[in-house]
Design a protein around this ligand. Structure first.
Ligand code: SAM
Length: 174
């Protein structure tokens, strides 16, 4: 059951359809003071693209082989083995993460939407980042059909952009 603290969460969730969109968010959402965690970094291709935009970034993956390869390819960036479902391991990194990027295989389809939402809620609650950017076509599709009811919407055909969950710039309303 939801509680009051959940409703006070400030974390924004940004759903992207594919890796192109996932990476396109970087210059829009990552700023120079950010401390960024990437979950599911594989060989660190996105992690190194995030690095120049922020103060610090750590790429993580459940696969030790991926992390070994990421470290070899990008020795200037920090990479750690981490299972996304072990949020205590993320806390043990001992950083105040302001942005979290999530791109996990097996978690982007409709069948895993509930698991994904549970994971997002867990990271929002525990790490309290400003935003979580996630690669999930299913979440993007679902979110694009959601309207945050504010009570003032006119009855009748929807005006273009009137009640979108975003401000038209890809950034949600605050
Ligand atoms: C599509 S790849 C990530 C690609 C990478 N983000 C990029 O932009 O180049 C998905 C990654 O999710 C990782 N993964 C799967 N389950 C995971 C879990 N429970 N925790 C962390 N990483 C996981 C896989 O090992 C794989 O490397």
């Amino acid at each position: 059951m939801a509680n009051e603290k959940q409703f006070r969460l400030k974390t924004k969730f940004v759903a992207t359809r594919n890796v192109k969109e996932y990476r396109e968010t970087i210059p829009r959402w990552v700023t120079k003071d950010d401390v960024v965690l990437e979950i599911g970094c594989e060989w660190g291709t996105t992690t190194v693209q995030i690095a120049p935009f922020c103060k610090e970034v750590i790429g993580t993956d459940v696969s030790a082989e991926c992390i070994e390869r990421a470290r070899q390819k990008h020795p200037e960036v920090r990479f750690e083995v981490l299972d996304a479902f072990d949020v205590r391991a993320a806390v043990a990194l001992d950083k105040q993460f302001t942005k979290v990027y999530i791109d996990m295989s097996g978690l982007s389809g409709y069948r895993s939407l509930l698991d994904l939402i549970a994971l997002l809620n867990m990271y929002a609650t525990v790490l309290r980042p400003e935003a979580i950017i996630v690669k999930s076509g299913a979440l993007k599709h679902f979110a694009s059909h959601c309207v945050a009811w504010r009570g003032e919407a006119p009855v009748g055909p929807r005006r273009a952009g009137a009640d979108d969950a975003s401000d038209g710039e890809g950034r949600p309303h605050s």
